[in-house]
Design a binder for this molecule. Sequence first.
Ligand code: HEM
Length: 455
Amino acid sequence: MAVESTADKTKPRQATIQLRDLPRPPIHSAVGFAAFWADPEFARKQFDVRGDRMVVDLPLLPTMLFTAVPEDAKAVFTQVDSGLRLGEALRRLAPHEMLFGREMIDWWNGANHAKLRKKVAPAFNGAALRGYEEAMVDAAKRRVDEWPVGEPVRFTRQMKTLARDVIMSVVFGVTEGDRRDRLEQALIDLDRAIASNGMRTRYVAAILSGGRWPRYTAMREISARIDAVTLEEIAFRRANPSPVQRKDCLAIFLELAEDDPENLLSDQMIAVFQRMLLIAGYETTAVTLAWVAERLVRHPEVMATLDQSLAAGADDYLDAVITETMRIRPALPVTMRYAEKDVDINGLRVPKGTIVMLYINAIQKREEFYPNPDEFDPDRFLGVRPDPHRWLPFGGGAHRCLAANFAMFESRVLLRTILTHRRLLPDAGAGERQDQHRNILLTPHRGATVTLAHR
Ligand code: HEM
């Protein structure tokens, strides 16, 4: 398989540039920043107008460097212990501390991060993935029958339910009975709490106070309910060993915990970690699948090629469709790192306290790497492995999405199953906008409205 090459245009820069030398977008207040943040295409255009690096420096907010330079991404991802911290950036600018708790932020920032990643890696790769396939297919088949046919549906909603089913059965390994009902209800409540005014107010307070998150009792109570289900499931499995090997992440974590001299995987840690996987994993996947449908209905020629290749039993074109969708409609517009000390990034001096924003939504739409960047063209990735610094929907380096292979596998299996049972009818209307209202995810602004038909 060919690999996109990193061309000379992106050679590391030699001269040391200071932040003060860089342009600033026309943002004059925190409210202006919120508007900039909420409109990823406006932000992207600012790079076209002002250059490929910009600084946002406002009272009450940390100084932010926005970059659309793939070599900057490379420098950030490849520096080992560079003093660039994901956890601290998330604490200051994203709701992760509220959602995952202090333990997870500390894990992201701390020494155990690499160790635990290595330890749990078997659950997200290779043979483990194949073991999850049946549960993924079953989940999709069950839900497909419930979806209305012949009338417009908001596909994002359907994909959220489906991705949640997958996380519950494949990650948590909770498939039936009271525990399953309680977990599902807790996840629905979690979704509501994330969208609530209570959350929004605390989010603003935390950002403006440099990352000090006010207490949110409702969120803690929901997290405790989710963790209780995991701990009960663990106790149940220990008391009732299964005659057949279970195929889910929890089973693998428990197996790994048996040989764990450093106690990385205590029961409590497994519970917190699974909650983190849930939150990190289900909406990102759902949004990606929704965008695939949104793009496909507007490109009947792509849909026709995809139908033919699936009918022939091939997945390579489907993979190219997913990869191209993640380029042109990334679930997350940006990934970030907090500079714990002064650092040099590709010739740029970044002072301590700056947040480096790798602007995925602009990097992946650079004309020189992706000709006609706004055109949806899966052929770009047919038989081509994407360059990791120009295609980075999963971030990169030490924090690259732990479950990137899992997410690609899941997307492939779910889409293949859905498209085997239903057709997506073409839609000649305008494409949906990338919308960033509720949280950091970029969702289709009309919820990926599509019409399904029977095969
Ligand atoms: C299409 C779906 C997904 C997308 C687009 C996505 C994207 C990302 C991104 C951008 C990051 C941050 C990487 C960085 O800053 O370098 C990340 C981290 C992470 N993701 Fe995903 N993700 C997806 C699915 C999942 C799933 C299904 C799971 C779990 C089952 C998951 C678990 C994680 C975890 C644990 C991290 C933190 C990794 C670390 O800091 O070591 N993600 N993801």
